[in-house]
Design a protein around this ligand. Structure first.
Ligand code: HEM
Length: 498
């Protein structure tokens, strides 16, 4: 809906409350390095909505589902804009991907093609064999480590990267299908996440950006050029493969992307026929937005299961019943794994990988929750706080998957209830949700059906999260796998490749 800009007259409601800061710097010196926990601490003092002045920027933090709903539903179009910080801007091809492009014709065109063509049932089914063989390869590798302690987060990231790369360029890369994506990728990815999370003085004082005092711009450009070369090599390989192939069967996602017709009303300056920029933006969103978030969730699920043995036992029983101890997991089993789904939902309630979602920015000043939200401010939905608010959840700190079993439709990933939004909601809801849900369930079902997991003797689990864009487990989870399936053949690399 069209929103009338507010005039700053005496009748406009006041700005939300918030802590006082220093002249010029505002609250910046007090922010600390863990944004989410600081935001939650302030929510206890300032209530459902508050503001922070940080240099030239205004942050607005929302801690109530009613106000969250106003933003992602009732005033969604005004709040569908993004104002990426400098690092995100550089790392998203100058905001030409989906996640950081501004709300307008370009974003609409990119998002529509992505959701309708790349995340469609047809495209995802066509590359099922590719992700299945990546996951099974990983099962075969874990089998080699049976009885030894395994770093679960590292394993999850490895399988996610392999599966994503495999789905993207599986057919173009022959046998190897990206399985040996080397440690360089992980290092660059780690650097990228650090750059996205690091408070950058140039963001708060744009006049200083010319000096790049912390070197963030320089490092972001280096990381971006690494990814650019990486995407170029993917595209080249897929283009060559595409020329050799004529059938649609077994198409990998990049081949689908190469055939997309990127056309946007505003983009008259683009070289016709050259879609590389759009394709690279999409690749960046899949590789960067889809791997770490999913892997982190898998690690948290495993940690919660190892901590709550009665839940682990129920998951095992469900897997045995639905799949059978003499069979391997297939994607058609997943809709029947209702208890595992509840476990994933409960884990994402307690450990949302993006606890503040991705900040939104209103295009015009407006009123939310009875306060004026100034145009251009950065609006954070503090979902980690809402997900554990005792006014909204019974025993909010306890891990109880059963709460999602009773009313499975009440809390969907699709953002229908602003009490629970691990993937966001509204126009900007996670565009990769169909694939994220499949991968979370498929990888977990495979790991848990193929192995019994236990903690190394004498280990006590701890559940603190690290700061950063993605809320990772601070101490890596180590666990020992023991084969569970009757047929040893299921663990062989040969079966994995099928
Ligand atoms: C457990 C895994 C994942 C979680 C928790 C997650 C969460 C999110 C969240 C919270 C947002 C912002 C929503 C908002 O602003 O309201 C988002 C956006 C996005 N995600 Fe995901 N995501 C996951 C996996 C993926 C995957 C696998 C892909 C790609 C295949 C993906 C692609 C995107 C894209 C493109 C956007 C930007 C959407 C837009 O701005 O229009 N995500 N995600």
């Amino acid at each position: 809906a069209f929103l009338k800009p507010l005039s700053r007259d005496a009748k406009s409601p006041s700005l939300p409350p918030g802590p006082r800061g220093l002249p010029v710097l505002g609250y910046l010196p007090f922010l600390g390095d863990n944004l989410q926990s600081k935001f939650s601490e302030l929510a206890d003092v300032y209530g459902p909505i508050y503001k922070l002045k940080l240099g030239r920027k205004v942050y607005v933090v929302v801690n109530s589902p009613v106000i969250a709903k106003e933003i992602v539903r009732e005033q969604d179009s005004n709040f569908s804009h993004r104002r990426p910080n400098i690092a995100s801007f550089i790392l998203s091809y100058r905001g030409r991907d989906i996640a950081f492009s501004n709300y307008g014709p370009y974003w609409r065109m990119m998002r529509k093609l992505f959701v309708k063509e790349i995340m469609s049932g047809q495209s995802l089914n066509a590359c099922y064999d590719l992700r299945r063989s990546a996951v099974r390869k990983s099962v075969a590798e874990v089998w080699e480590m049976a009885g030894l302690s395994v770093d679960v987060g590292k394993l999850a990231l490895q399988v996610m990267i392999n599966a994503m790369i495999s789905m993207l360029w599986g057919n173009s890369n022959g046998e190897d299908s990206g399985a040996n994506v080397d440690s360089e990728f992980k290092l660059v990815m780690k650097k990228l996440m650090e750059l996205l999370a690091k408070p950058n003085v140039s963001d708060f004082f744009p006049v200083l950006s010319w000096f790049d005092l912390q070197g963030v711009q320089k490092q972001a450009r280096e990381v971006n050029s690494w990814f650019d070369r990486f995407h170029d090599s993917l595209i080249r390989a897929a283009t060559d493969e595409g020329k050799r192939r004529s059938s649609d069967k077994g198409k990998d996602l990049l081949q689908v992307m190469l055939q997309l017709d990127f056309k946007s009303e505003e983009d008259l300056t683009r070289t016709p026929g050259n879609n590389n920029q759009e394709i690279k933006g999409m690749l960046q969103d899949i590789v960067v937005g889809g791997t770490d978030t999913t892997a982190t969730t898998i690690e948290w699920v495993m940690a919660e299961l190892l901590q709550h043995q009665y839940v682990m036992q129920s998951v095992r029983e469900e897997l045995t019943e639905v799949i059978g101890i003499d069979s391997m997991v297939e994607e058609y089993h997943l809709p029947k794994l209702k208890y595992l789904k509840a476990v994933v939902k409960e884990t994402m309630r307690l450990h949302p990988p993006l606890p503040l979602l991705v900040p939104r920015t209103p295009d015009c000043s407006c009123v939310v929750g009875g306060y004026t939200i100034p145009k251009g401010s950065m609006v954070f939905l503090n979902m980690a706080y809402i997900h554990t608010d005792p006014k909204l959840w019974t025993n909010p700190k306890d891990f109880m998957p059963e709460r999602f079993l009773k009313e499975p439709d009440k809390f969907e990933f699709s953002g229908n209830n602003s009490v629970y939004l691990p993937f966001g909601s509204g126009r900007r809801i996670c565009a990769g949700l169909p694939l994220a849900e499949k991968m979370l369930m498929f990888v977990l079902a495979n790991f848990l059906h193929s192995f019994d997991w236990e903690l190394p003797e004498g280990t006590t689990l701890e559940f603190s999260a690290d700061l950063g864009i993605v809320s990772r487990k601070r101490t890596p989870l180590e666990a020992i796998p023991r084969p569970r399936l009757v047929n040893q053949e299921f663990y062989s690399a040969r079966v994995a490749a099928k």
